[in-house]
Design a protein around this ligand. Sequence first.
Ligand code: KG4
Ligand code: ZN
Length: 334
Amino acid sequence: MIVLGIESSCDETAAAVVKNGTRILASVVASQVDVHRPYGGVVPELASRQHIEAIVPVVDQALAEAGLKAARIDAVAATQGPGLVGALLVGFSFAKAYAYGLGKPWVGVNHLIGHIHSLFLTSDPPLFPFVALLVSGGHTSLYYVTSYLEAELMGQTRDDAAGEAFDKVSKRLGLGYPGGEIIGRIARKGTPGKMAFPRSYLDPHGFDFSFSGLKSAVRRYVDEHPHGLEKEMPDIAAEFQEAVVDVLTDKLVAGAGFKNCRRIALVGGVAANQRLREQLTLKAAPAGLTVTIPPVGLCGDNAAMIAAAGYHSLRAGKSGNLADDVYSRKDLRS
Ligand code: KG4
Ligand code: ZN
């Protein structure tokens, strides 16, 4: 089954063509980063307008790269939520109309389930069950994944998401937007441990996360050390990153122990972070865990993961209704 996937939940307009939920025939991502950069974050109204401009060319490009005419598509899958409502509406409404026009089925996909499906686009996907950590700009959530469409939430952030913490700290340090990528790059030139930022484990037996204390500690450090900050920047970035990485990797490994499960996975935009990828791989080996992390290109928002999730929803008998609407919040809903 060939599925056209569409993603527009935040600041990326994406379309992809995926065969049988595993083989990417084309994946196109149009980033709006340059539009939002002057504002230091995503401006929802601008995001919606950009999606409107980009959606048709992006879908056309995906079909052209796949070498397929629209009529060869068997179904359409689009992100239904969570995300920015105005942004979601563009891709979701487009998908409904496109599928209706082609006379093909279509299905709405939960963006979080979509991120988990980035794992099934890898050459060595994890077997069920596995414990997956989703780390993105909007979520930091630990799941026990038992099937293509079912995942139990084990814990989540009580305040900022990990990616949000990267973005806010970058802004506070004057490093720019988008913060995660910039901090990751600058941290490579620094050494963690030159100053001490807190690791918040909350309940050591629980799986919730908190990054607001860490964010405040960085702010305090910067306020109290106004001179020579530029020279210290790589070390500040490295120590901040290390604090996030320590907590994320420890909780994911502990989550696998709690579920007596030997397989773990890391997904979402923050999973592109090199230090996080390396440290997780290092910690997993002695614990006897098999780790799956998608290639960097599939960590951030993309439509291939939406097409893959849509394929499994359709196979499970789900299909969209023209009255269906997008949703801004909600955890897993497939
Ligand atoms: O999954 P994603 O593309 O969109 C959401 O669903 O939120 O994740 C975006 C987040 C942003 O907060 C961004 O700063 C973060 O992922 N990010 C990174 C890196 N690349 C992107 N965070 C840390 N290190 C990176 N290399
Ligand atoms: Zn995402």
